[in-house]
Structures are given as C-alpha cells and as structure tokens.
Design a protein around this ligand. Structure first.
Ligand code: COA
Length: 701
C-alpha cells in the first residue's frame, strides 16, 4: 500500500481538539469515528479531559506514543501550526485540517497556511485541507468528518472543493439511496489536491467511478497526466464551476479572441479523458449508471415504448446527442413481425402500443438486446390502465441480467402509478428517470466515455526532427535585444521557415536596391508594406502597395511608402519596407496559439481571414502532447473543414498539409515557451499545399 493509500485505509486516527461538548466540531468528529465502524485505534487529544466521548484521551499527540496514520485537526487556527509541529514529532503520516481561517481569509491566513505546509514538509506529512469537511471511506470504514451522517456504502468516489456541497450531496444521497466509496472535501488544497485524490480513487478497488466538483485546478499538467491514467481504468466525471482567465485576457490576438472563457478547461478535460457534467443532476445520473451498467460497445440504441410521443422525444435526443437509432437485423424484424400485433411499430423505436401488457415489453426488449446491431436500450412506459408496471420493471431487470454487456435505462413517466416499478428498477440497478431525455443523456455520457477511454491510449506526440531551433533562438534573441516583443513580419516568416511551416516568402528591404533584388528573387507580383511596430493602420497612410509587377514599380513603391510613412508618423521607428510575394488566393483558415496559465499553450484552427472573429469558428487542443489523431479531430470539428473538403463540388484542399502545419506550430510553441501568442491569419489552403500569409509572433519579455 502506497503511503497515500494509508490516508484512506488508516489503522489509527487521532482527533486533536476532541471535545466532550456536543455541538463542537471536535465532538462530532470523535462521535463520527466511533459510529463509523472503524476497526483501528481512535486517539482523542484534549489538554484537560482524560476521557472524551467515552474513549481514553491524551493531553497531547506526543503522549500517544504509538503509530498514528491520520491526525484530524479541529483546534483553533492560532494553535494549528504548533499542533502540526507536534504531529510531525509524533510521526503522524497525514493531517486532515478541518480548521478554517487560513488563506481564504487573507494575507495573515495565507502566511499561517504556508507555515502549516512547511512543517508538514519538514516531517514528511501530507495535508488534506485546511478549511475542509474531512474525509470518509465507507469500505475501510472510517468517517473523519463533522458531517451529520456517514455516506451509504457504494462505489462512487466524490471529491469536492466545496465542503458545503459535500454536506448537501451527502444528505441527498441518503434519501435517494446513492452509495459512495470515498467522500473527500479537500478545502484549500494546501498540499493534497484534486490530482492526488483522483490518483487515490483510481487505485481504490472499491471505486468504480470518480466524480469531482472543482472550482479550479492547481497543477494543470499533473492533473492531465493523472486523470488520463485514471480514465484508462474508470470514468472520471467533473462538474467545474467558474471560468478561466485565459480567453478573457488574451484578446490582443485573433486566436485569443476566438477562445471562450472556458476553452482551456474544455481542452484540458478532453485531453485528460474527463467526462464533463453540466449539472449536479447529470454528474450523479452518470455516476450511478456507471456503477450498475456496462460500458456500451457502440452508439446504436434501441427504444421500446408503449406510446408514440415519448418514443419520438427519445429518438430526437439520441440523434442530437451523437448516438444512433439502431437498425434492427432482418432476423429481429421477422421475429417482431410475428410476435407483435399488426398495429405495432416494429422498426426502432418499437411501439408496443397502448393496449400492451408486460409480455409485449418482454418480447420486444429481449429481441432488441439479442440483436447484434444494438449496443444499448432504453425502455419507456406510460401508465395506461392495462399495463402491469411492476411486471414490466421485472422484465427489464431480467433482460439486463440476460444481456450483461448492454446497458439499459428506463423512463417510467408518471407519478404514483409508476412508483413501485421505478423503485424496483432502481433497487435492481437500472437507471430510471421520470422522462425519456435523461436516460438518453446517460447513454450519451457512457458512449462518450468509451470513446475517451480509447483516445487516452494514444500517446504519440507528433514531432518533427527537421526543424532549426538555433535559427529561431537567434531571431528571438535579436528581437529581445532590440527591445521588442513583437516580431517583424519578415522575422516571423523566417521563424516559420525554420520550422517548415509554409509561409509566403517575405524579406525586409532597407533600400530601393534591396527591394528590387528581393522582388526579382521571389518572383512577381509582390506586395510591399512599411515595417514599423509603431504604425498600426498601414494601408490608411499609404504604407502598403499591392500587385507590383516589375522592378521599376518596386523601386518607386519603396520611395513612396517611406515618404508616406515618415510624413504620417514622424516619430515611428521604421525598420524598412517588407517585400512579400503575392500568393494566389486560397481557402482562408487560421492557425494560432494562445497560452493558458494553468494548462500551457493551446493551438487553434478555424475559419480565417478578416471575418475570423465574426465567424468564431475555431477548435483548440493542448500543444503539449498533441497527437495526429487530435489534429485530425480538431480540424473535423470546424466549419472550415467543410470548405477544405471541397464545398459544393470545389476541389478539396490539401488537408494533410494543414494538419502538418498545425502540428509544426504546436512544436514551435512547445520548443519556445517564450512565445506568448501566435497567429497565422489568413493561411491560404490550396489543393496542393498551403501558405501562411500574415504571421504574428509575440514573445514574453
Ligand atoms: N491540543 C488539543 N486540544 C486543544 C488544543 C491543543 N493545542 N487547543 C485547544 N484544544 C481543545 C479545546 O480545549 C477544545 O476542547 P474542549 O471543548 O474540551 O475545551 C477543543 O480543542 C476545541 O477548541 P475550541 O477553542 O473550543 O474551538 P472550537 O471548537 O470552537 O473551534 C474549530 C475550533 C477548528 C472548529 C474552528 O476554529 C473552526 O475552524 N471552525 C470552522 C471549521 C470549518 O468551517 N471548516 C471548513 C468546513 S468546509
């Protein structure tokens, strides 16, 4: 057992601040530990009482003189640091610090929290909290919390940043009969955080599904690594509140403006293989389904109903949610034709119609589950006067056990008339809802997990070894030495070329002669632009000339661009005139990168051009660890993909070349963390190859 596992499987628990006074937290924790069925030693610590809640108490943890796995601190904040110090000296392995008044209250509290962490580090102790409800495990069992009750035994680990939410969920779960394996409130996460608890739950044989409520994530890369590993074994479902700062702050680039406030978490969760729940209801609907149902092998769902309307509602949800209505095999259709009355609909959704008794459900459900074209089923029931609701419930439970590889959900719509059947289904592990859609949403979540589980197996970062790091470093050094953070356009093109990211050739000319030479080297026509970070609207001041077709036109353009710019902006620092080859028009896309403070660089792809932000069509992935499969997926998610594939009979563009350019941009941003933002917009995509037209690279100084 790893050291961290002994937090959930302690053999001895000390409660410091244990109290005989009912109503105090130190009293509640002792009573909870006593009534939890904990088989190990409980050591109440109280400076004046020799006995607490009928147990021998010790004046200090130092007086116990026996191994202590976990110490629960419920002492006032001002004594918590010296108490932690004593815990260290007494050889405590883990502290659960319930006490509040640390970093959540401001500077003084933050300093105290730092001291708490310092003394824990000194003695190699781990901390849960401070400012938390505590921890319980129903299989150990132990309850080191001050909650009113112990959770029911089950297979869901619930890990929460909010203690209050834990209390609410716990109380609700007792009413609904939902069981938990672990229940963790980690408070200020001064030491142990969400990643540690995901790791613990992933290694816990009694946990089948891991649920989290999170407000933020401490260490993005570690979270992703741990959650990915966990996803290979069991689903990780997260309800995340609050928004990240990245999208909001980075609006200076097109890519930044394309990112929504939630893009970073969305992107990170996808990489981590995490299932995201939109609501608390969805979180626990899915969690309880995962504890009772098998993971579906595919997306094809059969619907069995005794009324038309709910069947249509379910079919709509199936299609909208990315699942498929199963198409029954010939065998199944022939069988149903014989077995069902002629008025019944034997195509999916199977409508056993309003005069059905339970046996029609039995026939239809078994036939559907036996069909190899069906991966899951949902059974809908409206309470007619003739239907034996309880018997239908029994039929479903029996069919579930006959076909253990196929998940089944049910919606018995109604109230009193269906209550007994609903209870029977729930008691026997069939997720049952009041209406059709939640059952379908559960199946959607389960099918999504099957996809995520497969995706996290793919680890192969897409890497190129034909790149020139030294050249890029030299350009960046030069830019920074020049006191700039934004690369001039020709410099950005040089960087792109060093990483074999296709870009329209561009050179910086400082004289008429140079301009003429560059233009004839790259070939006509060319476009020329004033090169100055101080001039924003270059076209407006006569700083841009397009369609230059001869050496003479280039020489003239150089002179007039310089004159116009000096006149319009006499104080601007002018580096010269950029000469860029005019490329044939292609389909316009954007490739870019923004950085998230928690998760690092994210690459973006979408519809490009001047309407980029109006169109708002973009897809993001983390640059680090980017795989070929992810690049292909991100392109396929956008509307731009339809254009690349050849919209309305147009010739398709070179999609593999677009994929490669995205992967090369990702590698550039991984190799050079000093790149703070990158935009290539537009990129012209052609049937053969592509070309980056306008490249902006910003560095952090
Ligand atoms: N060692 C051992 N016991 C000590 C001690 C020490 N160094 N110093 C004090 N104690 C004992 C006290 O004597 C008292 O026991 P008693 O009732 O027998 O006198 C017990 O610890 C508690 O101390 P007390 O001063 O009565 O504090 P309290 O119970 O009113 O409050 C906390 C203590 C930790 C509960 C409180 O400070 C707190 O943080 N409350 C908020 C908790 C919270 O909301 N957490 C987040 C949830 S999500």
């Amino acid at each position: 057992m790893s050291k961290l596992m002994s937090l959930m499987r302690p053999q001895s628990v000390a409660i410091i601040g244990a109290s005989n006074t009912p109503g105090k937290i130190g009293h509640a924790v002792v009573e909870n530990m006593k009534s939890s069925g904990f088989a190990g030693e409980i050591y109440p610590i109280n400076p004046k009482d020799p006995e607490v809640c009928g147990l021998k108490a010790y004046p200090s943890i130092m007086d116990v003189k026996k191994p202590i796995d976990v110490a629960v601190l419920c002492v006032p904040v001002k004594v918590s640091v010296p108490v932690a110090e004593e815990c260290g000296k007494a050889g405590v392995k883990h502290m659960i610090v319930i006490t509040a008044g640390f970093k959540e209250v401001g500077k003084e509290g933050r300093e105290l929290e730092e001291k708490l962490v310092e003394s824990a580090r000194q003695y190699d102790m781990r901390i849960v909290g401070p400012n938390c409800l505590g921890v319980m495990d129903t299989h150990t069992p132990f309850n080191a919390t001050f909650a009113k009750n112990m959770a029911l035994k089950g297979n869901i680990a619930f890990i929460s940043q909010s203690g209050a939410l834990c209390l609410a969920i716990l109380d609700w779960s007792l009413k609904t009969g939902l069981g938990f394996s672990q229940f963790v409130s980690f408070g200020n996460k001064s030491d142990l955080n969400e990643a540690d608890f995901i790791e613990i739950a992933a290694n816990d044989p009694n946990t089948k599904v891991i649920c989290l409520y999170l407000e933020d994530i401490v260490d993005g890369p570690r979270f992703i690594e741990v959650a990915r590993e966990a996803t290979k074994r069991k689903p990780v479902i997260i309800l995340k509140s609050g928004v990240s700062a990245a999208g909001a702050k980075a609006a200076s680039s097109h890519t930044g403006a394309l990112a929504g406030s939630d893009t970073a978490y969305e992107t990170a969760f996808r990489r981590a293989g995490v299932l995201r729940a939109a609501t608390m209801t969805e979180l626990f609907d899915l969690a309880s389904a995962f504890t009772t149902q098998p993971i579906p092998k595919g997306k094809r769902v059969a619907v069995i109903t005794n009324s038309g309307g709910p069947g249509i509602v379910a079919s709509d949800s199936i299609e909208l949610g990315g699942l498929e209505m199963a198409e029954f095999s010939e065998n199944t259709l022939n069988f149903l034709k014989e077995a069902m009355p002629s008025m019944a609909n034997i195509q999916n959704p199977i409508d056993v119609i309003g005069d059905a008794h339970y046996d029609r459900y039995e026939t239809a459900l078994n036939a559907a589950l036996a069909d190899p074209n069906v991966d899951a089923a949902t059974v809908l029931l409206s309470p007619t006067a003739v239907i034996e609701v309880d018997k239908v419930a029994e039929v479903i439970v029996e069919a579930r056990s006959k076909y253990p590889d196929k998940p089944v959900t049910a919606a018995f719509t109604g109230g009193f008339a269906v209550e007994k059947g609903v209870n029977y289904l729930r008691e026997n592990g069939v997720p049952t809802y009041a209406f059709p859609e939640p059952g379908i949403h559960t199946l959607i979540g389960m099918a999504k997990y099957a996809e995520l589980k497969e995706a996290v197996q793919d680890h192969e970062e897409w890497v190129f070894d034909d790149v020139d790091n030294d050249k890029v470093q030299a350009i960046f050094d030069k830019v920074l030495a020049d006191g700039r953070d934004l690369l001039l356009s020709p410099e950005a093109v040089e960087v792109a070329e060093a990483y074999k990211i296709p870009a329209a050739p561009s050179r910086l000319a400082t004289s008429q002669e140079e301009a003429q030479k560059f233009a004839s080297e790259m070939g006509f026509p060319v476009v020329m632009k004033i090169s100055s970070p101080d001039i924003m609207h270059k076209t407006d001041i006569g700083g841009v000339k397009v369609g230059l077709k001869s050496e003479e036109e280039v020489r003239d353009a150089f002179v007039s661009i310089m004159e116009n710019s000096k006149k319009a902006a006499p104080d601007a620092k002018i580096y010269g005139v950029e000469v860029q080859k005019m490329m044939p028009k292609g389909d316009e896309v954007i490739i870019g990168m923004i950085k998230d403070p928690t998760f690092g660089p994210m690459v973006a792809f979408g519809s490009g051009g001047i309407l980029v932000n109006l169109l708002g069509d973009a897809s993001f992935r983390l640059a680090s660890g980017l795989t070929k499969r992810e690049v292909e997926e991100m392109i396929a998610e956008t509307k731009a993909y339809k254009i690349l594939k050849g919209f309305r009979g147009a010739e398709p563009d070179d999609i593999p070349a677009v994929c490669e350019a995205i992967a090369r941009v990702a590698q550039l941003c991984r190799d050079f963390p000093q790149i703070s933002e990158l935009d290539i917009n537009p990129v012209f995509a052609y049937p053969k190859g592509l070309s980056g037209i306008d490249i902006k690279i910003k560095l952090s100084k």
